[in-house]
Write a protein that binds this ligand. Structure first.
Ligand SMILES: [Fe+2]
Length: 300
């Protein structure tokens, strides 16, 4: 489970990196079991959409955040992968040390016969920032896509295009059709990888979802994106909308200080923490260890 110097070099040159087998087999197995808790039926359906019962696509339990299942998830594995130390480390490295927070963790699940998943090449900044992603590392958001199932040419691989093929200074518009910008399509790389692999890309990297071909293919994954904490204009969601959920409370209570900080929680030593806020947060989340926050009060 490591993003290596080679991955980093590839990312810096091309704007993306593919980390094969980032997750060990036992983690993939646990992630799939957890996936099935969150969207029941989808693990079996994605494995065999030709004959397994067809579950609902985006179920009604997720009315916030575009209907898509998102952090915090039931269970622990998908939550833990969202805050995997390597993801946080690499986003911080790319941001030249800027403090990062997690601005997205969404599941993605696709299968034959369900919809046309063919997308145009696009940059994700159109719904990840209010502004524009400059070519300045301290403003860089880093996006990750975990694949929990094998990705073949038939199962709707992500296609990604190297920075080398769009050297223009200003990346507007953020979408190009094949007719208007064929070189993006001609030079794309289809991310066909074994289960447990990870795609890393930037808000300045053209990519697209491709169609699932044939009758019996599926793909399960999870998007996770980190953004510089200082950029109030960045982020696909606002987490507080979900803070009333039971899963959110459970996660807050069991998370490490670093994980909480990674979702935007005030860190120990922040002047937010007073007798009032320590008692207020402790009252709201009775299972949370307030020790690190109490101990840091007045030490800054
Ligand atoms: Fe995208």
């Amino acid at each position: 489970m490591k993003i290596t110097a080679e991955h980093e070099a590839h990312y810096r040159e091309h704007g993306y990196a593919i980390v094969e087998r980032f997750c060990d087999p036992d983690v993939i197995k646990a992630a799939l079991a957890n996936f099935d808790e969150v969207v029941p039926g989808w693990v079996d359906f994605a494995a065999d959409p030709g004959s397994a019962p067809r579950p609902e696509y985006y179920g009604k339990p997720f009315p916030d955040q575009r209907g898509i299942p998102h952090f915090p998830y039931k269970g622990d594995v998908l939550n833990d992968l969202t805050f995997h130390p390597e993801l946080r480390r690499f986003a911080t490295l790319m941001g030249e040390g800027e403090e990062m927070y997690c601005e997205q963790s969404h599941l993605t699940y696709k299968a034959s016969g369900q919809a046309n998943f063919e997308q145009a090449h696009h940059l994700d900044y159109s719904n990840h920032t209010l502004a524009y992603p400059p070519n300045v590392p301290k403003y860089w958001q880093t996006a990750y896509l975990y694949y929990f199932t094998d990705v073949t040419l038939e199962s709707g691989p992500t296609a990604v295009c190297s920075w080398k093929h769009y050297p223009e200074r200003i990346l507007v518009p953020s979408h190009w059709t094949k007719e208007d910008r064929p070189e993006l399509y001609d030079n794309e790389v289809k991310v066909t990888v074994p289960a447990g692999s990870l795609l890393i890309y930037s808000m300045r990297t053209f990519h697209r979802g491709t169609a699932i071909l044939g009758e019996n293919h599926g793909r399960l994954g999870m998007f996770v994106t980190y953004a510089p904490k200082a950029c109030r204009w960045a982020g696909i969601v606002g987490w507080p909308v979900s803070a009333g959920k039971r899963e959110f409370r459970a996660w807050i209570e069991r998370a490490s200080v670093e994980e909480r900080t990674s979702i935007g929680f005030p860190e120990p030593g922040h002047d937010y923490w007073t007798d009032e806020t320590l008692d207020g947060v402790g009252g709201r989340f009775p299972g949370m260890d307030m020790g690190p926050y109490r101990e840091a009060v007045g030490k800054d």
